[in-house]
Ligand binder design. Structure first.
Ligand SMILES: O=C[C@H](O)[C@H](O)[C@H](O)COP(=O)(O)O
Length: 227
């Protein structure tokens, strides 16, 4: 297993020790969250975890959870005890950029209802300011997307419609993603408000003030970051 994969798995396994029988758990999306779902599945299969319910943040995570025998329910207004998910960037205040895997809308809808959002990542995701390494994924409506992108260009220095092949990438919700380049210096909360106030924008990948804890795995061990 490549080194980064081993680190992602270590972080995920640490977070899954927080899962207890009877919990309703938000299941994240992406290559790191996948290890958490696998570890929960192992504990369900061994009988160590009983009566848990997973609320999945993507069709892919739901399919994996079901395959492993984890009961999955749709999101409803009840709180979740815990949500475990990866991130693309983590700043010193545990503010995040998420959505490079395209799941930001369902992740935000789910994780805002979690009593605790626990982030799992390898050390390459830690930054001193958001936007240092990753673009900000912005989910936008397909209808009129070129006009929405024009409006976004008034707020961010650049970016591109996510288009891995001949066609744009389409989210589980049927929308497109604009990967916005962030300015050198900005206030995330202000930019979040401006983006959310832009016609055609469905959601942004800023997760500000949501995460309580992060397990960050590095070759020298797993660090626990709190805020
Ligand atoms: O949309 C995807 C999610 O926000 C992921 O949590 C994020 O992209 C991190 O994914 P990975 O663990 O694959 O780097």
């Amino acid at each position: 297993m490549a080194d980064l994969e081993r680190l992602k798995e270590e972080a995920a396994r640490r977070a899954v020790t927080l899962v207890r029988s009877g919990m309703r758990v938000g299941l994240g999306t992406g290559s790191t969250a996948k290890y958490a779902i696998l570890a929960i599945g192992e504990r369900v299969a061994s009988g160590d975890l009983r009566d848990i319910v997973g609320v999945a943040t993507s069709d892919a995570s739901e399919a994996l959870a079901r395959q492993l025998g984890i009961p999955v329910e749709p999101l409803d207004p009840r709180p979740l005890d815990l949500a475990i998910d990866g991130a693309d960037e983590i700043d010193p205040g545990l503010n995040l950029i998420k959505g490079l895997g395209g799941a930001l809308l369902r992740e935000k809808l789910t994780e805002v209802q979690a009593r605790r959002l626990v982030i799992i990542a390898d050390h390459t995701k830690v930054v001193t300011r958001l936007g240092e390494k990753a673009p900000l994924p912005v989910e936008i409506a397909r209808f009129g997307f070129l006009s929405t992108i024009e409006r976004l260009r008034g707020l961010v220095p650049g970016g591109r419609l996510r288009q891995p092949g001949a066609q744009p990438y389409v989210t589980d919700n049927g929308n497109y993603i604009y990967d916005a380049q962030l300015p050198q210096s900005f206030d995330p909360a202000t930019l979040e408000r401006q983006l959310k106030g832009t016609l055609g924008v469905v959601e942004t990948g800023f997760f500000l003030g949501m995460a309580e804890l992060a397990f960050v795995a590095a070759p020298e061990g797993v660090r626990e970051l709190g805020r």
